[in-house]
Design a protein around this ligand. Structure first.
Ligand code: ZN
Length: 632
């Protein structure tokens, strides 16, 4: 039986002409009628334009830098101070990263106690020589990895100021992400490598000290000129402006001891990273839409074969992502052997390459997908790490399933297993936990990656796969080059589904409540069967029950009352689809009558599409034991 809900009110999309008409209406009417437009108009973000000239001394592993930033304050607030991240200062004994790495219950083996034993010529640092605002000297207070700067002239809303800095830096031995001489012999991994202006957004300043986790940055343009011996090949964010001069994409000239200046330009990005090595092999390919993909790895007979093979998989990944999640908007991307595992940066990724070919594809796919969920949809990763790691994991599972033709019924099964295990071990934390503040590295993984991925797949169960897929693209197109928050994402999903999703976002993100539904009782009433379902978990969910009888498959779909709507029959479902009356979440039991005699029922199964993270699958089917659930 279909329930008749009043539809959840949603304001319609407006054409530019309609919008113009609305703008001339009195403000009160405008605000009342178009909350969606109001929300878009209220959004603002700061803007930066960096020009950096870097003089690199590879004998000392040091560089001097001149940095000029045009900083525009689009906020409605007057700014008295600004802050810079000085990430290289983390690689010093006694730093916050060092202490955190030595005191967390499950230290990252890449860091452990290694920072504590760095010698003066092995540490990283930024020594700030001078900083000026529009030519006037500024004082600063350097606290570990953050410089606190009082402006000479407050920066008013809408104004632009110029910040000029001179600095001397030392590249640390590779510890985490950045550094020299990584485990695979890459000379320089230059990530989190320059004094970087902190972001000020609707939530205020974001000045977290660097403890080896996530980032948040200001969108803008970068011009980076790196003067370095000509024997190095460089790779990184942006587009090389003088490829012929430096040998980018051309046969490398033999080392001559001369110096060259690599000129990079990147537009509409929130970070800039690069790497350099004397042995890099550089290959390229292009997508049909023109995007160029560059690959840089150390010349080696085994690696040459692996990376040649990697090209096709990377192209496949871009094609799937462009099709399903939105078009990659930059003209090029670089896959770079560097770093200490895998890490995402705008327009490039740093990955290590020592393991199996499957591992190489997996890490490339994961880190490249971050250019959608981190690079372009630049949520604050420190506050909402699940919006980049969880969303990336979700897309990665789909892409890998397709690239390797696995055809899994649930390609996200590993994420479900990881999340459910954490609930059983009692180590799950609310997704709203700040990235740096998870109790353990393991908790962080189970939550940001696994629970974040489950969040999306489960959402496709709630609103329906087709609406979900469409809304993910809408999300990309409406929020690209911005900093979406969970609330922004919720509104996209609510408008796409015409559902109220408060209960799902608030409970899944803000609590550790779990889902557990079960088949409580089955009884025969004449030629019908009465099935009593039970909610045992504190977290509610819409329920689907598969009923198999006489070779037929029926699904009984029970919406939650708080949704104020129900999803349509999934496309491609060939059996009967029976939408039932709502289940008000507070009721522990729900009675369902099926027009099939009990003896003809061969299988009852909750969650037939394997999308609900039910923490106890023992009571999810009848007769029990005929199917194995939750197999990883
Ligand atoms: Zn990731």
């Amino acid at each position: 039986m279909l329930s008749t809900h009043p539809r959840f009110p949603v304001s319609p999309q407006l054409t530019p002409a309609q919008l113009q008409l609305k703008l001339i209406l009195p403000l009160a009417i405008f605000l009342a009628l178009s909350p969606q437009i109001h929300a878009q108009e209220c959004y603002w973000q700061q803007h930066v334009a960096y020009v950096m000239d870097i003089d690199f001394d590879d004998a000392k592993h040091q560089f001097s830098g001149k940095q000029s930033i045009q900083y525009t304050n689009h906020s409605p607030d007057t700014l008295e101070r600004v802050f810079y991240h000085l990430y290289f200062n983390a690689f010093q004994p006694g730093s916050v990263m060092d202490v955190r790495s030595r005191t967390i219950a499950d230290p990252d083996p890449r860091i452990g106690a290694r920072i504590a034993s760095l010698k003066p010529d092995e540490i990283g640092y930024h020594h700030i020589g001078s900083l000026k605002q529009d030519g006037k000297k500024l004082d600063m207070n350097i606290v570990g990895t953050v410089a606190e700067v009082k402006l000479q002239m407050p920066l008013l809303p809408g104004e632009t100021t110029q910040l000029d800095m001179e600095f001397e830096s030392q590249v640390p031995i590779q510890i985490r992400r950045s550094g020299r001489n990584n485990q695979e012999g890459v000379d320089y991994t230059m990530t989190q490598w320059y004094p970087k202006l902190a972001e000020y957004d609707q939530d205020g300043w974001h000045t977290s000290p660097y403890v080896a986790r996530e980032f948040h940055g200001v969108f803008g343009n970068f011009e980076v000129n790196i003067n370095i011996p000509s024997s190095y090949t460089l790779a990184g964010t942006g587009v090389v402006q003088n490829p012929e001069e430096v040998g980018h994409g051309y046969a490398r000239t033999q080392p001559t001891g001369e110096r060259v200046t690599w000129k990079f330009k990147a537009e509409n990005v929130h970070d800039f990273a690069w790497a350099a090595d004397k042995e890099y092999r550089h290959i390229t390919t292009a997508l049909e839409n023109g995007t160029t993909i560059h690959f840089f790895h150390i010349e080696d007979s085994t690696l040459n074969l692996q990376w040649d093979k990697l090209v096709g998989f990377t192209v496949g990944m871009f094609n799937i992502m462009n099709d399903r999640f939105g078009t990659y908007p930059y003209e090029q991307f670089s896959v770079i052997q560097a770093g200490d595992g895998g890490m995402e940066y705008p327009m490039c990724t740093m990955i290590t390459s020592g393991g199996s070919f499957g591992g190489l594809v997996s890490v490339t796919v994961h880190e490249a997908i971050h250019n959608w969920f981190y690079g372009v949809l630049a949520s604050n990763e420190t506050k909402y790490p699940w919006m980049d790691e969880g969303f990336t994991t979700y897309a990665q599972n789909i892409v890998l399933d397709s690239l390797f033709h696995r055809g899994k019924s649930n390609p996200h099964q590993r994420s479900y297993t990881g999340y459910i295990r954490s609930t059983k071990e009692g180590s799950d934390e609310p997704l709203s936990t700040e990235a740096d503040l998870y109790e353990t590295n393991k908790d962080y993984g189970a939550n940001a990656y696994s629970k974040g991925c489950v969040f999306l797949h489960q959402l496709s169960h709630i609103i329906g796969q087709e609406k979900f897929d469409h809304a993910m693209k809408t999300y990309f197109n409406q929020w690209k080059f911005k900093h979406p928050t969970p609330l922004d994402f919720k509104r996209i999903m609510e408008k796409a589904s015409d559902m109220d999703l408060d209960w799902y976002f608030d409970t899944w993100i803000g609590t550790t409540k779990t889902i557990d539904y079960g088949i409580h009782k089955i009884s025969s009433v004449g030629k019908k069967t009465v099935i009593e379902l039970e909610r045992m978990g504190a977290m509610p969910m819409p329920v689907e029950l598969l009923v198999e009888h006489n070779g037929k498959k029926d699904i009984y779909y029970i919406p939650l009352q708080v949704l104020r709507n129900e999803k349509p029959t999934p496309q491609g479902w060939e059996g009967q689809w029976h939408t039932q009356t709502d289940w008000p979440w507070a009721y522990p039991y729900y009675e369902l009558t099926v027009n099939v005699p009990i003896e003809e029922i061969t299988l009852l199964r909750l969650d037939p599409f394997e999308k609900v993270a039910d923490v106890n699958d023992k009571n999810d089917q009848y007769p029990t034991g005929s199917l194995i659930f939750r197999e990883d």
